[in-house]
Design a binder for this molecule. Structure first.
Ligand code: C2E
Ligand code: MG
Ligand code: MG
Ligand code: MG
Length: 286
């Protein structure tokens, strides 16, 4: 929608654009009180090993229910929280809540399941945005949490996006190195949608490539998607980096990924994101 320029030089903005700006402003305003009002919760989406069909871990996804706006998607509110800085407090909440809830999951399920060992731990994967990672207190807060909970046979994975690396490769490199030294793993989220140079993959301690769901959805219909997904999997396999495909919705997609030797998958085909109780039931059944 373009703004219309009148003869007198005045611009008339499209109604849609006005509505969008008003909604963003509203979201930004409501986000400021969302934590104290207890409007956030977490859901967990299982990640599966393609060959063994074992659940290898879960990704933590944030949910926001506001009384005026109702359910708002993180695709909409995370970028706004990043622009207002609210993401720092929200991000702290995500880590604290995830560790707290995960302690029960660990004690009831992970610890008692022979599949999960120190050598083959259950992973808790958490999304982190650039502002959080570059915050000076991020790592010390994280290490405090890890020491406080100390979940047996589990490990932490951080999901970061490519854009994060491009903005400040030196600084991010130093932080990622400290993360690696403490046994935390790093997954490159939405892989294939950014512009990062492939040389980062050999220079930075990255443990996993997470193929963006936009490439998975057209896997059976678009030849270019198939070519791209195949190249990413081969790249990961030859560099010794794990590869996870996200947004897998059909058995057909799963079969293609299996043939291409993709290790892990995540998507509605196996499970939608689940709240803590439903996740615990899911894990007991699998
Ligand atoms: P993401 O990290 O790439 O997460 C994957 C998104 O795809 C999630 O959306 C998930 O619910 C959805 N999804 C999973 N499987 C399928 C499928 O089979 N089909 C389809 N169509 N979608 C699927 P969600 O939960 O709405 O989150 C959106 C994005 O918001 C995430 O993308 C992530 O970038 C961001 N986000 C979510 N939680 C957090 C958080 O705690 N912190 C930060 N910084 N970002 C978060
Ligand atoms: Mg993610
Ligand atoms: Mg993603
Ligand atoms: Mg993302």
């Amino acid at each position: 929608y373009e703004a219309k320029r009148l003869k007198c030089g005045v611009y008339v903005f499209n109604q849609q654009l006005d509505k969008k700006n008003a909604r963003s402003a509203m979201i930004g305003k409501e986000l400021n009180h969302a934590l104290e009002k207890g409007e956030f919760s977490l859901v967990y989406q299982p990640q599966i090993d393609v060959v063994s069909k074992n659940v290898i871990g879960v990704e933590v996804l944030l949910r926001w229910h506001n009384e005026i706006l109702h359910q708002v998607s993180p695709y909409e509110f995370i970028p706004i929280a990043e622009s207002t800085g609210a993401i720092l407090d929200i991000g702290n909440f995500v880590f604290e809540k995830a560790f707290e809830e995960f302690e029960d999951i660990c004690n009831e399920i992970v610890k008692n399941n022979k599949k999960y060992t120190q050598a083959n731990p259950f992973r808790l994967s958490i999304n982190v945005s650039i502002l959080q990672l570059s915050n000076e207190n991020f790592l010390s807060n994280l290490f405090d949490l890890i020491n406080k909970y100390d979940c047996e046979n589990a490990k932490l994975m951080l999901e970061i996006t490519e854009t994060l690396i491009i903005e400040n490769p030196r600084k991010i490199g130093t932080i990622l190195e400290k993360i690696r030294q403490s046994g935390i793993e790093v997954s490159l989220d939405d892989f294939g949608t950014g512009y990062s140079s492939l040389s980062y993959l050999t220079k930075l301690p990255i443990n996993e490539l997470k193929i963006d769901q936009s490439f998975i959805h057209g896997l059976t219909t678009k030849k270019t998607n198939l070519t791209l997904v195949k190249s990413i999997i081969n790249l990961g396999n030859s560099l010794g980096i794990k590869v996870l495909a996200e947004g897998v919705e059909t058995n057909e997609e799963l079969m293609i990924l299996k043939n291409l030797k993709c290790q892990f998958i995540q998507g509605y085909y196996f499970s939608k994101p689940l709240n803590k109780t439903n996740l615990m039931n899911f894990l007991k059944e699998h």
